[in-house]
Design a protein. Sequence first.
Lengths: 119, 111
Amino acid sequence: EAEVAQSPRYKITEKSQAVAFWCDPISGHATLYWYRQILGQGPELLVQFQDESVVDDSQLPKDRFSAERLKGVDSTLKIQPAELGDSAMYLCASSLGYRGKTDDGYGYTFGSGTRLTVV
Amino acid sequence: QKEVEQNSGPLSVPEGAIASLNCTYSDRGSQSFFWYRQYSGKSPELIMFIYSNGDKEDGRFTAQLNKASQYVSLLIRDSQPSDSATYLCAVKPASGSRLTFGEGTQLTVNP
């Protein structure tokens, strides 16, 4: 069964340090999402890509977070500098969407996530 | 008002009982509705989706949608201890494809 790959699974970093997460979506999935899930809460969208273009980054704290998907395949989410409040699970998801069109109707497949702890 | 609200938990039911999970949403134009199950420390997995008013059944799971009331629910029949997890309701808006999630309801099924 096709999977969304994420790495690392766990990351511990000191505050003010830089940290990066990687995601490889299911092959052929044009739409990629990064979500953040704080313990006890639901996932919250950080950024959505359609191919290599950002569709929605309205909730991304742009002073410290950045995301890219240069070739429209895998993606990297970076935090610099990390803060204590960034401790959370970072989830990547992808969905079936036709290149050039927005996906419609179907739920996503999530990767296993990266558990970030900032100390 | 939150975009997606779920009934506060935790919810505890005995094995074999019916578990009922509820969700309301604020965007009347929302088109698609999803239920995800999330085990502790794991990522969410899709278990049901529904687009049309009424019921949709898949094995022990039934999703119910009432767009007029902006209400969606998930029923789990013959609950098993393995159903113990957090259930997330997610809603797709009228435009765009991003899903908005509720905060989840934690379900415990007691043997």
